[in-house]
Ligand binder design. Structure first.
Ligand code: ZN
Length: 279
């Protein structure tokens, strides 16, 4: 039951959420779908370590979470950001690589998605690290591989990765107009997941090198250019939109298979990454 006070506050919370500059790549469902696909492709040795590392797992407030699967912990990195002092973890989930260039976006103090992934992978791999450190490293790795594959977490057009572009989806009611970034995180991702669970089999046991995250990010940036920005009517390199952009059915329909492919890649690569990290 909502109290009268809550009723008054809810629109305020909704507004705050819309105004929040934080990006929630793929949303909870997307991260869970990626984690489930990875879980289905783990080696028995990696699965045994995952089970061990999730024992005594804590939630964002430091209480026992009771979570035992990768899917359940896949959004923990977003949850801790919500309760941390503002600005903490700010740039950890993204990297603003220009969609119209070859260079990489900034990464001060190593605080960006691909560098954090490499950093936490080293902790996860190191069995001399305390249980809690490896438990949290596992949760970061699961989350960041998902984020990296969300095109707008790897590509930007001087518009905070689409967070400054207001859009309107022609056939979907969204209340206030969302941003381009938000619809790729949420509305379009939900449409993509409606087509059924992700299913794919990892067919390689080849070793990935430490530069794999950067390569995945480059690929993701190219996809941001081709499928998130280029199809926008009036798109121009380095020239952010000032008016609301309409996303017609054609835009949405071309995005859906791209999102499913990126989520599938993320799930299989997460499995491959964990299989070699948790031997
Ligand atoms: Zn994130």
């Amino acid at each position: 039951m909502q109290t009268p006070n809550m009723k008054r506050l809810l629109p305020l919370f909704a507004t705050l959420l819309l105004l929040s500059p934080q990006a929630y790549a793929w949303g909870r469902k997307g991260h869970a779908a990626i984690a489930d696909l990875a879980t289905a492709n783990l080696t028995p040795a990696a699965q045994a370590q995952v089970t061990e590392l999730l024992k005594g797992d804590l939630d964002a407030e430091g209480k026992l979470s009771g979570r035992t699967t990768l899917a359940e912990v896949a959004s923990w990195a977003d949850e801790i950001r919500d309760v941390a002092p503002k600005g903490t973890y700010k740039s950890w989930h993204t990297r603003s690589n220009p969609v119209c260039g070859e260079g990489l976006g900034g990464c001060k103090r190593g605080e960006c998605v691909d560098r954090k992934l490499v950093e936490y992978t080293a902790i996860l791999k190191d069995r001399s690290q305390p249980h809690r450190a490896r438990n949290e490293a596992l949760k970061w790795v699961v989350h960041l591989i998902g984020d990296l594959h969300m095109p707008l977490h790897s590509g930007s057009n001087k518009d905070s990765a689409g967070q400054k572009i207001e859009v309107r989806l022609v056939n979907l009611k969204t209340g206030k107009n969302p941003t381009l970034h938000t619809v790729w995180d949420s509305e379009l991702a939900v449409l993509a997941l409606k087509q059924g669970p992700l299913a794919a089999k990892l067919t390689t046991s080849a070793s990935l090198t430490e530069d794999a995250p950067e390569q995945w990010m480059q690929e993701s940036r190219a996809i941001a250019r081709k499928h998130a920005y280029d199809p926008l009517p009036g798109f121009a390199c380095g020239n952010p939109f000032s008016d609301t952009v309409e996303l017609d059915k054609r835009y949405q329909q071309q995005a859906i298979p791209v999102i499913r492919e990126q989520m599938t890649r993320a799930g299989l690569r997460l499995a491959q990454w964990l299989n070699q990290t948790l031997r």
